[in-house]
Write a protein that binds this ligand. Structure first.
Ligand SMILES: Cc1cc2nc3c(=O)[nH]c(=O)nc-3n(C[C@H](O)[C@H](O)[C@H](O)COP(=O)(O)OP(=O)(O)OC[C@H]3O[C@@H](n4cnc5c(N)ncnc54)[C@H](O)[C@@H]3O)c2cc1C
Length: 525
């Protein structure tokens, strides 16, 4: 297999680079060891940063966020909920920081408006009575799945190729160039090679591991962050705690739910992360100081992601003090001419990261076409649209009179026709439709029942449609429920624990599935 550019990593950065290169007429293959957004791009807060979070410690990042968020509002409005946001301080918060905040924002060039606490509570009635100061900022929410799926769909329409469930396992090198990259299909173990002219390592937290395979050096530390999903949307806009960045100080609307987080815990392995009970308790305790009802609300899921911290430091101190800016390495110091690494940064700045990386690689290939992603609209396609909460129900409501279209997922109102459309799109891209791949491209399993009921219905539907045969469906449902279960263990208490017992009994009874593994109580990661 030959290609001009091999992009390793199918997160926001990798898919963004594929689109940027494709718009310049450069062909690429994206290889992803899991599915689209299997890494941090599928485990983040979904905050389209105004930049205000960084004004006190990283004015450069703050400005970068502000500019990139504005570009995305223009070019990818369908992926964004431009809901606005507030920074709010409560009694006991550092009043010096509150007083300095407008100056920090002004210095970084960010617009903020001070509003009286009573007016803030009128805007967001769930804010604490103890709110002492509030500022309005231009935060928003962004759908990371829609973003990456749409970027990849556009890149593919322009000639790029996506290989999911395919891992880079080795490189062959001659003098200053990598001549061959070895890939392995996860699941089957089948090995094959690609001979690209240029290779981009866009593997986020895994960048150090992949660089090492190529004989290059990138020092990456891992900081895990955990987030909690509430059962309904708590606020209209984003709410940030007005204090230096800390645990559990942001609540972001995510369509019909809200997402509360996050934490920063150093971990050893980006492949072995899971939310812990200690983090969950901390997030609820801290979050409820801004929004007291966060203490009583029902949480439907917890999930974690890993931030790559590219640091020259000794590794001591708070991970939040390490810059959240991105790092582009050309590996000249490793004597490599056709390998580049892009890591760190933010979802909000993925486009800029892609632009800088594509500039480097295009120059190496002698391609002078300039970047156009600052102004070229991101097309809205079938590949990305099903991740939006209201879309599947609207399709169901709009069905012609008398046409049967059974609802398979009641929480998110997903009908058979939506499942069929996603399965067809997956087959058209040489992907296998199963519960996990369908779940990643839709709201399946994301509602309050977390897949307890819809998983069996969708599986039965797939057997009826001939998409599955034999006993393979049991492995499919187990993989799907394991993934949902992983996100629930750390939030089980009260009535939810009772419901979880019912769910487990159901699936053990129906399919002989044992969901929890021995010692698997959400304490380890
Ligand atoms: C908890 C948390 C909250 C965050 N919140 C926000 C936020 O609200 N707003 C914001 O702007 N940013 C946020 N971020 C940052 C943002 O998520 C990341 O900057 C962004 O998703 C990084 O994308 P990426 O494509 O570079 O990396 P990733 O999304 O991690 O993609 C790397 C991919 O490489 C793949 N890979 C690894 N090794 C191999 C291999 N050998 N072969 C093939 N594929 C491989 C992985 O499977 C993975 O899919 C947050 C991050 C975390 C962890």
């Amino acid at each position: 297999m030959e290609t001009e550019v091999l992009i390793i990593g199918g997160g926001a950065t990798g898919t963004g680079i594929a689109r940027d290169l494709a718009l310049r007429g450069i062909r690429s293959i994206v290889v992803e060891k899991g599915d689209i957004n299997a890494g941090a791009s599928g485990g983040n807060h979904g905050l389209l940063h105004s930049g205000a979070r960084y004004v006190s410690n990283d004015a450069g990042s703050a400005r970068e966020c502000m500019e990139e968020a504005d570009i995305l509002r223009q070019t990818a409005p369908h992926c964004i909920d431009d809901c606005g946001g507030l920074f709010a301080a409560v009694q006991g918060d550092d009043e010096n920081y509150v007083a300095d905040f407008p100056n920090f924002c002004e210095k970084a060039g960010l617009d903020t408006t001070a509003i009286p606490p009573e007016a803030a509570r009128e805007m967001e009635p769930l804010l604490a009575d103890e709110t002492i100061a509030a500022f309005r900022v231009r935060d928003g929410a962004i759908d990371p799945f829609m973003l990456s799926l749409e970027n990849m769909a556009h890149a593919r329409a322009l000639g790029a190729t996506l290989l999911c469930h395919t891992q880079v396992v080795g490189f062959e090198r001659q003098n200053h160039c990598i001549t061959k990259v070895w890939l392995e299909k996860t699941g089957t173990g089948e090995r094959f090679s690609v001979e690209p002219r240029q290779i981009i390592n866009a593997t986020g937290a895994w960048a150090g591991k992949v660089a090492a395979l190529a004989g290059a050096t990138t020092h990456v530390l891992y900081s895990m962050g955990t987030l909690l999903v509430t059962q309904s949307r708590m606020t209209q806009g984003v709410i940030n705690r007005l204090r230096p960045p800390s645990d559990a100080d942001i609540l972001v609307p995510g369509g019909t739910v809200s997402i509360l987080g996050t934490t920063s815990v150093r971990v050893d392995d980006p492949d072995r992360i899971r939310p812990t009970v200690a983090e969950t308790n901390l997030i609820v305790e801290q979050g409820s100081k801004m929004i007291p009802s966060l203490e009583q609300t029902r949480y439907i899921r917890a999930y974690s992601g890993v931030r790559p911290l590219v640091s020259q430091s000794s590794g001591v101190g708070d991970d939040r003090t390490v810059s959240r800016g991105f790092v582009l390495l050309d590996h000249a110091s490793d004597n490599l001419d056709n390998f580049a690494t892009i890591t760190g940064g933010k979802l909000t700045t993925f486009r800029l990261m892609a632009e800088k990386t594509a500039n480097l690689v295009a120059a190496r290939l002698g391609n002078k076409t300039p970047c156009t992603t600052k102004t070229a609209p991101l097309p809205s396609t079938l590949d990305g649209k099903w991740t939006e909460p209201g879309i599947a129900p609207s399709v169901w409501f709009a069905k012609p009179a008398g046409k049967k279209d059974k609802i398979l997922c009641e929480c998110e109102m997903i009908p058979e026709s939506t499942i069929d459309a996603i399965a067809t799109a997956l087959r058209n891209s040489n992907e296998t439709p199963n519960l996990l791949t369908i779940g990643r491209r839709s709201r399946l399993g994301k509602g309050p029942c977390q897949g307890a009921f819809c998983s069996t219905r969708v599986l039965a539907h797939m057997y009826n449609q001939g998409a599955l045969s034999g006993p393979g469906g049991v492995d499919d449902i187990k993989a799907f429920l394991d993934e949902r279960w992983k996100g629930q263990q750390a939030i089980f208490w009260g009535d939810q624990l009772v419901q979880a017992e019912l769910t487990e009994a159901m699936h053990c009874g129906l399919f002989d599935l044992e969901l929890a593994q021995p010692g698997d109580h959400g304490h380890d990661h």
